[in-house]
Design a protein around this ligand. Structure first.
Ligand code: 3HC
Length: 283
């Protein structure tokens, strides 16, 4: 018996597909929802590939893979998630678009359904204010790559009630994750510390230090699996810039000023791995 039966994940990008994979592997009936059919196809193909790799490495059996895939269905209709116990939103980082979606979900779902956002930076309090039952809105921030990373940051908005928090903590643990409780302030815990560190590495690059030296220095000097520039390429330079601009604006301190070199890279369309070029070049 699992804690909940049915989960919807909205947004079939890298994060949404990863969350759906983990939810399905936990045994939840998982609905992956995206308004773009191609994104759904890509999301499912990515999950299939990850599971096949896990079978090859003998981490899971072929039977486990089949069961996980059988737990996933896809849809383009938001109205299909009315019978879910939990909905995890993982769409674009845009406060108006998210608020609009939550307002729709608020009307479509019964008050017992928990509405979670995987936002990495937007105020949960603000998203919750779009709902008539804001007590059931919460932040559930997974890390990339979701199937590998052990952490879920939980963020309570001003309106989130204790029952919603306790349930999300228990569900996250059932999904094999460890949780931390963050405050509803830009970047929560992980991005608040991580993004300024990466920004500082980009300032060093701008001053003429070689990227490999920065990354090797941080990898071997602080035991991180990826150096900050490699990680920036992995997260996406556009995402990183968006987060730093938000910190600068909302926290109001110059220490969050995005490095001009980062702005230039984003202007050039060099977003990192997803575009084949960032601080490094990819096949
Ligand atoms: N999806 C699923 N599994 C993946 C994966 C992916 N995209 N990429 C790698 N893996 C798995 C591999 O299958 C392998 O599994 P195994 O140990 O069971 O065989 C394991 O991860 C290790 O992978 P590799 O051996 O290929 O490569 P590495 O040892 O270099 O590990 C990494 C890759 C796990 C990505 C590691 O480099 C890492 O932990 N990097 C840091 C990631 C990180 O900091 N993430 C947080 C980013 S911040 C964030 O997400 C917040 C957001 O809001 C911006």
């Amino acid at each position: 018996m699992t804690l909940i039966k049915k989960v919807a994940v909205i947004g079939a990008g890298q994060m949404g597909a990863g969350i759906a994979q983990v939810a399905a592997a936990t045994g939840y009936n998982t609905l992956l929802l995206d308004n773009n059919e191609d994104a759904l196809k890509r999301g499912l193909a990515g999950i299939d590939k990850q599971l096949s790799r896990a079978v090859e490495k003998e981490k899971i059996t072929e039977e486990d893979k089949k069961k996980t895939l059988a737990n996933i269905t896809t849809t383009v209709q938001v109205s299909d998630c009315t019978d879910c116990d939990l909905i995890v939103e993982a769409i674009i980082e845009n406060v108006e678009i998210k608020a609009d979606l939550f307002a729709k979900l608020d009307v479509l779902t019964p008050p017992e359904t928990i509405l979670a956002s995987n936002t990495s930076s937007i105020s949960i309090t603000k998203i919750a204010s779009a709902c008539s039952n804001p007590n059931r809105v919460i932040g559930m921030h997974f890390m990339n790559p979701v199937p590998v990373m052990k952490l879920v940051e939980i963020i309570r908005g001003l309106q989130t009630d204790d029952a919603t928090y306790e349930k999300i903590k228990a569900i996250s643990e059932e999904m094999g994750k460890t949780t931390v409780l963050a405050i509803d302030s830009p970047g929560f815990i992980v991005n608040r510390v991580l993004c300024p560190m990466i920004n500082e590495a980009i300032f060093l690059l701008q001053q003429g230090v070689a990227p490999e030296d920065i990354d090797t220095g941080m990898k071997l000097g602080t035991n991180q699996p990826m150096g900050p520039l490699e990680l920036a390429d992995f997260v996406g330079l556009d995402t990183l810039l968006y987060i730093l601009q938000l910190f600068h604006r909302e926290l109001g301190e110059d220490k969050y000023r995005p490095c001009p070199l980062l702005i230039k890279y984003v202007e050039a369309g060099w977003y990192g791995r997803k575009t084949g070029k960032g601080f490094y070049t990819y096949e």
